[in-house]
Design a protein around this ligand. Sequence first.
Ligand SMILES: Cc1cc2nc3c(=O)[nH]c(=O)nc-3n(C[C@H](O)[C@H](O)[C@H](O)COP(=O)(O)O)c2cc1C
Length: 331
Amino acid sequence: MELNNFWKTLPAPHFALAPMEDVTDTVFRELVAGTSAPGNLHVVFTEFMSVDGFLHEKGRDKAKHRLLVSEQERTVLKKNGIRIVAQIWGSDPEKFYRAARIIAGDDQFDGLDINMGCPVKKIVKHNACSALINVPETAREIVQATREGSGLPVSVKTRIGFNHVVTEEWITHLLEVRTAAIILHGRTQKMQSEGVADWNEVRKAVELRDTLQSDTQILGNGDVSSYADGLERARKYQADGVMVGRGIFHDPFFFAAVPQQGHQARLKLLQQHLERFNTQWGREKNFAILKRFFKIYVHSFDGAGEMRALLMDTRNCSEALQVIKEYNVHA
Ligand SMILES: Cc1cc2nc3c(=O)[nH]c(=O)nc-3n(C[C@H](O)[C@H](O)[C@H](O)COP(=O)(O)O)c2cc1C
């Protein structure tokens, strides 16, 4: 049984930054938490990490990157009262137990989350992530093993079904396992990221929770486009919380008191991002993963297109920083 279930202490509605591979590393989480207004962001998640990789000697270092929490990030999270959850994935309950024990031993995380939503075919093929929706008994064993191994509150991030919508059976099952929180993305595996997330299914999950008198927190996920939109969805669909993924791509100041800030503020954030990425990762991580961010920070001003093109041609953080410096000189 978990000792300290932080999920129960969060205000309603609460906001979480979604786990996103090659996006929400320690550097980006630090940046987002740093721009957040007090009380606007409550939980951040790591990128998903394979328990198989983590327990395997050769894959361990790469897997561990995913769970790295820098001192700088920890300081910002602490200052703003933001919790951090490590997300793990796999298919073997015993491996979850062993990985959970090690992860909790480091005392870095407030909770563990199990990925039961990733729809990617090569992962699903290994009976992991969204494939667990089709094998609820294994899913139950995984939640229990992770809880026993870690002593931390265990949440599940999942979808409303695999080929078709099975919210009622699937969520009832997760509620019976006494999952601390369920983050429900309103799409099936088959939908991948297509179509519209169905938040009526989120409301259905909340109603099931209420009927079963469970204290599991239910967070809705999918297509939240702004902070105001998140508040409105939580109200309309009665969710305890809201998880935001791609919304942060549309506005890196999503959680700030003043969202949608001007291009100078975005460029300053890009500069910070590059500097922190450089000192944090050096050559350990591929610089190319930063290219996704250029579109996020550099738009809506004269010369933005040219600047993006220059940035796309850079090969490392120093070159990218030089592009910003030259722009600032001529601006
Ligand atoms: C680039 C990218 C990487 C993602 N990586 C993860 C991941 O590591 N773990 C996870 O549970 N979901 C992952 N997701 C899914 C998101 O967490 C989220 O559930 C999905 O994008 C829907 O929410 P949104 O409409 O707010 O983006 C990823 C999504 C994107 C776009």
